[in-house]
Design a protein around this ligand. Structure first.
Ligand SMILES: Cc1cc2nc3c(=O)[nH]c(=O)nc-3n(C[C@H](O)[C@H](O)[C@H](O)COP(=O)(O)OP(=O)(O)OC[C@H]3O[C@@H](n4cnc5c(N)ncnc54)[C@H](O)[C@@H]3O)c2cc1C
Ligand code: SF4
Length: 509
């Protein structure tokens, strides 16, 4: 049997960035990934190319949603590169204060980051380089200090983006260009064609800088061994170490078991706690009762402006602006809310996406009038609450023999009040940009799920130490979004990537 130095479970942000560190240090690494490669071509532009409508929305381990969510049963986003292949590419660094204690957010939950922004800054820079992020330093009013600029300049603004910018500026706000994982350069790769299917779609021409495009192919050439369509079903512990990683091939149903010196769990903030709990590993951890708890997912809502005519006359990609003036609060809102969150432009949605997201008559009606819409996404920070959790139902098993995961999530009053303030301000901006009316769509998915196997200095309230080692199991690390003590109010992927680079460097030095 092949001897591996490390096994990585999951090829998303945490897994791929960890693989980057380990493979480049000369380690023999096996990566086990539940999904397959996503084919690229014109089909990605079709109505059925949106992630939930593809085979990469994997329903073979149904997650039962007892509270929260948009469906009673949810699937998992499973493919090589994880949801990065379908994501929106927004690549923010968290702010300095996001790493500091803020009781208005943590609310007695004991959530604390065991490091500060300056500790992770070099890894943010490295992640931005690896993903060739476009952006403009010095324009974001809440931007944390950075040692260097972005690897790439952003694209010029579309006409509708300019209108939104003017609208925001007329209200005294400071809009700036979103940092995006999109290739705009003529550099031997396809440059972005500014199409209208980006967020939730794979890029037909591979101009999106996802992990399956930018990171994994290089690592495969350097010796990374990747097994796609392979579901890890159990981690077997012996004498305080993971002695075996059990998995099943989705195609053949063949069961296999692998072992390695280090095991890196990076299956995402839903699947990682599920795997830990169904393997019984919480029993070995002094903070085991928190495994699966403190699930956060941001409070996300889209404020669509309804325009008197076609909103985006050029028919061009226009997810370009961010407005962070209310990130740390709003002068008119109650002082107890504290940090609020971000507003980010979202483009006119493709018709298929509207029908999928908003079922029933409203969705059908809106999809007809979709060309009149463009919007802003409000992302509010949510509080880590012990009661928001992924647990397991011992009475039901999936097709692989794993116990069924169960999700229960409620927003707190503060979470909802925070997004309410952002929605109100978003409406004002859209009106100034020319919208006659508004429609607010509340997003109930778990696409920004984090926090379920959190990191912290206190072994009683956090399952991972500051190196993301799972306490009680010497050779097990968790580096997907589960590690986050708080969610901040910005898209999580770059922070997950940077943290995995940080933890990976610690493992090889
Ligand atoms: C449509 C969409 C748009 C998004 N847009 C943005 C954005 O613009 N910016 C941003 O920052 N974030 C965005 N996100 C969120 C972002 O994609 C996630 O935060 C991020 O991918 C999480 O990274 P991760 O490493 O925690 O896990 P993931 O990237 O989810 O990776 C987990 C991997 O583990 C695999 N896996 C799961 N279970 C098993 C198992 N049992 N065995 C083997 N493999 C397994 C999965 O298939 C997956 O590939 C978006 C998400 C979605 C769905
Ligand atoms: S907007 Fe650009 S990066 Fe996004 S899918 Fe279209 S071509 Fe690809």
């Amino acid at each position: 049997m092949t001897k591996y130095d490390a096994i990585i479970i999951g090829s998303g942000f945490g897994g791929s960035m960890m693989a980057h560190q380990l493979v480049n240090a000369g380690m023999k690494v096996l990566m086990l990934e539940r999904g397959g490669w996503v084919d690229r071509g014109p089909q990605n532009w079709s109505m059925a190319g949106s992630i939930d409508l593809t085979e990469h929305y994997d329903k073979t381990t149904p997650l039962k949603v007892v509270a929260g969510g948009n469906k009673k049963q949810m699937g998992l986003y499973a493919c090589v590169g994880g949801p990065s292949v379908f994501y929106g590419g927004v690549s923010f660094r968290f702010r300095e204060k996001d790493f500091e204690k803020n009781e208005a957010i943590t609310n007695g939950s004991g959530a604390t980051w065991p490091f500060r922004y300056h500790d992770i800054e070099p890894y943010y820079e490295k992640a931005e380089q690896l993903l060739n992020i476009s952006g403009e330093a010095g324009t974001d009013p809440t931007e944390p200090p950075r040692n260097n600029g972005f690897p790439q300049k952003p694209a010029p603004l579309a006409g509708i983006s300019q209108k939104v910018k003017n609208g925001a500026e007329s209200l005294g706000l400071r809009p700036f260009q979103l940092p995006l994982a999109i290739n705009y350069q003529e550099n031997g790769r396809s440059a972005c064609q500014h199409c209208m299917t980006c967020d939730t779609y794979a890029c037909a021409i591979s101009a999106k800088n996802d992990l399956a495009t930018m990171v994994l192919p290089i690592l495969l050439e350097k010796g990374l061994e990747l097994k796609p369509d392979t579901v890890v079903t159990r981690l077997v512990a012996k004498n305080g170490r993971i002695a075996a990683v059990e998995c099943v091939s989705k195609e053949k149903g063949e069961r296999q078991s692998f072992s390695a010196g280090q095991v890196i769990l990076s299956a995402g903030a839903m699947a990682s706690p599920h795997l830990l709990l169904s393997s019984g590993l919480q029993e070995l951890n002094p903070g085991g009762q928190v495994v699966g708890r403190y699930l956060m997912r941001h409070v996300n809502a889209i404020i669509f402006g309804i325009f008197p005519g076609v909103a985006d006359k050029e028919g061009r990609f226009h997810k370009q602006l961010a407005i962070l003036d209310y990130y740390f609060g709003h002068p008119g809102s109650s002082g107890t809310l504290g940090k609020l969150g971000s507003l980010q432009q979202v483009p006119t949605p493709p018709m298929g996406l509207v029908q999928n997201e908003i079922p029933g008559v409203v969705g059908k009606m809106l999809s007809q009038g979709v060309r009149l819409l463009t919007g802003l996404l409000a992302i509010a920070e949510d509080q880590p609450q012990f009661s928001n959790a992924i647990s397991i139902d011992a009475h039901h098993k999936d097709v692989y023999g794993m116990l069924q995961p169960v999700i229960s999530h409620h927003y707190s009053k503060r979470d909802l009040a925070a997004v309410g303030v952002l929605i109100k301000e978003g409406k004002k901006i859209m009106s100034k940009a020319g919208a006659l009316a508004h429609y607010v769509h509340h997003i109930r998915t778990f696409s920004h799920a984090v926090g379920t196997v959190r990191m912290g200095a206190d072994p009683a309230t956090s399952a991972l130490d500051e190196r993301c080692q799972f306490r009680g199991v010497d050779n097990l690390y968790v580096v997907d979004g589960s590690f986050m003590p708080t969610s901040a109010a910005l898209n999580p992927s770059l922070t997950i990537a940077a943290n995995a680079l940080r933890v990976g460097e610690g493992l090889v030095s």
